[in-house]
Design a protein around this ligand. Structure first.
Ligand code: SF4
Length: 181
């Protein structure tokens, strides 16, 4: 039986850094948490953060971010391309799940957290309300403790609560990595 039966597109927005690109979010009909460590094992460039949990990776046609109940596709130029990528990822999830007995799952992150991982969860409006010129600069400042999440006014919006919570968990991991170093 397929792990992921269906998905529903919930949000389409234009990328503020590159207006030629759009990002598409889709709510998943089924929880895919269990497949994430298997995808982490089979996708070479996967960046898995078990504490969120979240798995990011890139393919030629776009950038993908997965959480247990959401799939986001970025760096695509139109809705038609986004749908192709969403369908591709759905198939990848189901194929990986089907073959899981022959895959050794990886439950840990393969590399340390970087500012670009933090940026994935920021609003990317570059509105400067935090006092910095871009969301990426804010992400850098979060990783080294010069800024705090509360200083991004946009993240305070109720519809961004999931991103805010994910960021809080991600930052806790950054801090624990620093303690281990
Ligand atoms: S306030 Fe938030 S959305 Fe605006 S630039 Fe800073 S980090 Fe980005």
């Amino acid at each position: 039986m397929m792990l992921l039966q269906n998905y529903k597109v919930t949000n389409i927005r234009r990328n503020h850094c590159n207006p030629e690109w759009i990002s598409v979010s889709a709510e998943l009909g089924d929880d895919i948490s269990q497949v994430l460590p298997y995808l982490n094992a089979v996708i070479k460039n996967a960046v898995y953060t078990p504490e969120v949990p979240n798995l990011n990776f890139k393919i030629e046609r776009g950038a993908i971010s997965l959480t247990p109940q959401e799939m986001r596709v970025g760096q695509v130029t139109c809705e038609e391309d986004a749908t192709k990528v969403l369908d591709y990822v759905k198939e990848l999830i189901n194929n990986t799940w089907e073959k899981r007995e022959s895959i050794t799952p990886i439950y840990e992150r393969k590399e340390s957290i970087k500012a670009k991982d933090i940026l994935d969860f920021l609003p990317k409006t570059n509105c400067r309300d935090c006092g910095l010129p871009t969301c990426f600069a804010f992400a850098m400042a979060l990783t080294n403790g010069r800024k705090h999440l509360e200083e991004c006014s946009v993240l305070g919006k109720p519809e961004l609560i999931r991103d805010r919570e994910a960021l809080a968990r991600l930052l806790q991991t950054v801090r624990s990595q620093e303690v281990i170093k």
